[in-house]
Design a protein around this ligand. Structure first.
Ligand SMILES: *Cc1c(COP(=O)(O)O)cnc(C)c1O
Length: 379
């Protein structure tokens, strides 16, 4: 089936009891058993929930995996994937991951004897050099936040597999509409469903998808064993959100391209970070690896003062963390999402005091451009 069809139908079979086209929200903690050892396959709702299972089936299909497991947040999904690594083992990770991933790895998992190397994953040689005999996981994020660097999933998967490591791709920024990491050779995909998948800024959740059935089984064991499950209501919200993923992504993409062009041609704007622009260092790779360039754009306004005046002046675009919703969100990485990174490191990585990030929504693009224009004039 085509992607749009799968968004709507995968996992969304009509309810066998009533024919309801919308998967019911099974808001229950347990299930009555007919007799000792005799039940319908459902015992306790941490372990099994039909609404959650429908979402897991849907995302396994959309990402081209064997199975998926849904978690209480994107971080809980990343935590579950981190259990593939044990004490004494080593992880190579992109140096521009989501801040929460860096915090989890360095402040929590590192306490349990796991070693980390953070490298620029857009440079395959740097990744190759970081590999050690005990490297078990390569953690990639592409495009990265906030400078939208792209890494070569197919090439890096080959390098990782030669080194005996699994590859996980955080596909939150692209969504399976734009990018299919498992088809490119990755072993695992994680998402914060909070972002484009749910798409309506009204739920926090995560998903881990695997290609290998043994990996799916382990993720299910961890899901039940450590307990950070996605609730039935949140599972239903994400399932509903995904029904319009394809049409939302088409509009996100169209608006994203137009706004990137507008920003790139505006005299008040410095560098624009968007994989769809021909001067992006990995534009050719993005074109090959992705079906589009997405709706995440960062741009340089030159100083903290300029960024601050611009952000105070926007009216339609909302200042806030998060991304991927139908509404356009604007943020200031240096003081918001990347505040925990020391200033010198931030500047080296391009996360300057003048950098602004925009998650382009699906409003009328003329309205968005008018808002950005008046805010740029206000600087
Ligand atoms: C938001 C985000 C996460 C964390 O997800 P939560 O749902 O907030 O826990 C992980 N990775 C990326 C790329 C994100 O944008």
């Amino acid at each position: 089936m085509g992607f749009s069809t799968d968004c709507i139908h995968a996992g969304n079979a009509p309810d066998p009891l009533t024919g309801a086209v919308s998967v019911p929200i099974y808001q229950t903690s347990t299930y009555v058993q007919e007799a000792l050892g005799k039940h319908k396959g459902y015992e306790y709702a941490r372990t099994q929930n039909p609404t959650r299972a429908a979402l897991e089936e849907n995302l396994a299909v959309l990402e081209g995996g064997t199975g998926a497991r849904a978690f209480a947040s994107g971080m809980a999904a990343i935590t579950a994937v981190s259990t593939f690594v044990k004490a004494g083992e080593h992880v190579v990770c992109s140096n521009m991951t989501y801040g929460g991933t860096h915090r989890y790895y360095t402040k929590i998992q590192a306490r349990y004897g796991v070693e980390f190397s953070f490298v620029d994953t857009s440079d395959a040689d740097e990744v190759r050099r970081a590999f050690q005999p005990n490297t078990r996981l390569l953690h990639l994020e592409t495009p990265t936040n906030p400078t939208m660097a792209i890494c070569d999933i197919a090439l890096l998967s080959k390098i990782a597999h030669e080194g005996g490591a699994l590859v996980v791709v955080d596909n939150t920024f692209a969504s399976p509409y734009l990018q299919k990491p498992l088809a490119l050779g990755a072993d695992l995909v994680v998402h914060s469903t909070t972002k484009f998948l749910n798409g309506h800024s009204d739920s926090v959740g995560g998903i881990a998808v695997a290609a290998n059935p043994e990996h799916v089984e382990w993720l299910g064991f961890v899901q039940n064993g450590s307990g950070a499950i996605l609730s039935p209501l949140d599972s239903w919200l994400v399932l509903r959100g995904i029904k319009t993923l394809a049409v939302r992504m088409e509009r996100h993409e169209q608006n994203g391209r137009e706004i990137a062009r507008f920003l790139a041609s505006h005299a008040r704007v410095g560098k624009v970070y968007y994989p769809g622009l021909p001067d992006h260092p990995q534009h050719a790779l993005a074109k090959e690896q992705m079906r589009g360039f997405g709706a995440m754009i960062s741009f340089e306004l030159g100083s903290y003062d300029a960024a601050s005046r611009f952000l105070a002046a926007v009216r339609l675009c909302s200042l806030g963390e998060s991304l991927g919703g139908v509404e356009t969100l604007i943020s200031h990485p240096a003081t918001m999402t990347h505040a925990s990174i020391p200033e010198a490191d931030r500047n080296r990585l391009g996360v300057t005091a003048g950098l602004v990030r925009i998650s382009v929504g699906i409003e009328d693009v003329a309205d968005l451009i008018a808002d950005l224009e008046q805010a740029l004039d206000a600087i």
